[in-house]
Design a protein around this ligand. Structure first.
Ligand SMILES: [Mn+2]
Length: 381
């Protein structure tokens, strides 16, 4: 029988309370060492989700059409979490073998740069998946509104789970939510499935690589301010398993395609700076992007380079998506909450305090004036 005796009380030790020696108010027992840095609400939500997967027959896991490193890692991690849950569910029901199935589906499949991962082949394009009868949908690293063509499939699931560390998005349509905007990454949240002795997902190579990828992708190799002691503790545990971490950094964060390099050069050469010297911006035309076959995600390096220029507080990249339609990537050095900026400029915008995105329509000059003017007013205010 697999090691997965999930407590009948989903909240387990969180709610279990014993009276104190002096007969005073009940006190929760201390969590095991592996959970000490994890919020009780995260542990409770993780257990509820694990129980739900155990009951499921066919699980859909999805995220953005072109998932980023954290989303790719989270999806692969959920494959292993679901397989463990199916084994546990079958054992608890006295069934001979687990019958549950899990599919990782993104509109465009796994981006080329993550195909070095052992588990990357599990991520399928929407077209290649014939299964349509899912009874549980799990969306990671952003809400269902960001899943493109998979959205309809997700919305048809009778039960829906949302696992994320972003601030934006409504949670009203989900049955279960595991969300913490303080978590460095979605895979950091998923670590709880490994760390919780009540669940104990076995930490094999694929799972370790997947969790590690999410950690380093979303923290820029432990550089960004969302990096926490827990982030390093998880990394330490993963490295202890023998994880070969250097190639993950190389593939996910250091390597780029030659075409990306050309786009980087052209976009940087067009950069403009505000008279105050604290805002920098540039744009990438659709023609430039299409001619070089680069994707939105590949432009992350550009905004990063712009932001870490001496004296800069905020960097903005305007990427042309269609005629008069621009996707903005915003980065902040910390004084300005660009997540709030993105939400103010576009009701569908949002993200984190230091990294956010939104979409604006209009001629480039007008869109630029609107966004730069808004940030300048904040900096002057
Ligand atoms: Mn993320």
């Amino acid at each position: 029988m697999p090691r997965c005796a999930l407590s009948p009380n989903l909240l387990g030790m969180i709610e279990a309370a014993a009276p104190t020696a002096d007969g005073g108010a009940p006190q929760a027992p201390a969590p095991p060492a592996s959970l000490q840095r994890i919020a009780p609400a995260t542990v409770a939500a993780t257990r509820a989700i694990f129980a739900a997967i155990q009951q499921a027959r066919c699980v859909l896991v999805t995220s953005e059409p072109y998932p980023d490193g954290d989303a790719v890692g989270a999806e692969i991690a959920l494959h292993h979490i679901a397989e463990h849950a199916f084994r546990c569910g079958a054992a608890a029901r006295g069934e001979e073998r687990p019958a549950g199935r899990v599919y990782l589906v993104n509109e465009k499949g796994c981006p080329r740069k993550y195909r070095f991962l052992a588990g990357s082949g599990r991520i399928r394009t929407l077209d290649s998946v014939l299964e349509r009868d899912f009874d549980l949908g799990i969306v990671v690293d952003g809400g269902v509104e960001r899943t493109g063509a998979v959205q309809a499939l997700f919305e048809a699931c009778p039960r829906k789970i949302y696992i994320d560390h972003h601030k934006f998005g409504s949670r009203a349509q989900y049955d279960l939510v595991l969300a913490d905007p303080n978590a460095s990454s979605t895979t950091q949240l998923l670590w709880t499935f490994v760390a919780d002795p009540e669940i104990g997902v076995p930490l094999g190579r694929e799972l370790a690589e997947a969790i590690y990828l999410g950690l380093i992708y979303d923290t820029g190799s432990f550089q960004y301010s969302l990096t926490q002691p827990l982030t390093h503790e998880i990394a330490a545990r993963l490295i202890e398993t023998g994880l070969d971490f250097a190639p993950i950094h190389e593939h996910a964060l250091l390597c780029q395609e030659f075409e990306e390099l050309l786009v980087l050069g052209q976009v940087l050469a067009q950069a403009q700076r505000s008279p105050c010297g604290r805002i920098v911006w540039s744009s990438a035309s659709r023609e430039l992007i299409e001619r070089n076959h680069v994707r939105g995600e590949d432009l992350g390096r550009i905004i990063q380079t712009l932001c870490f220029t001496e004296g800069i507080e905020v960097a903005i990249l305007f990427r042309e998506e269609g005629p008069g339609r621009y996707k903005l990537s915003l980065r902040s050095r910390g004084r300005i909450d660009v997540g709030a900026v993105a939400r103010a400029l576009d009701p569908h915008g949002g993200g984190h305090d230091r990294a956010a995105g939104c979409t604006l329509t209009g001629p480039l000059a007008e869109v630029t004036a609107r966004a730069v003017g808004y940030v300048r007013a904040l900096l002057d205010g």
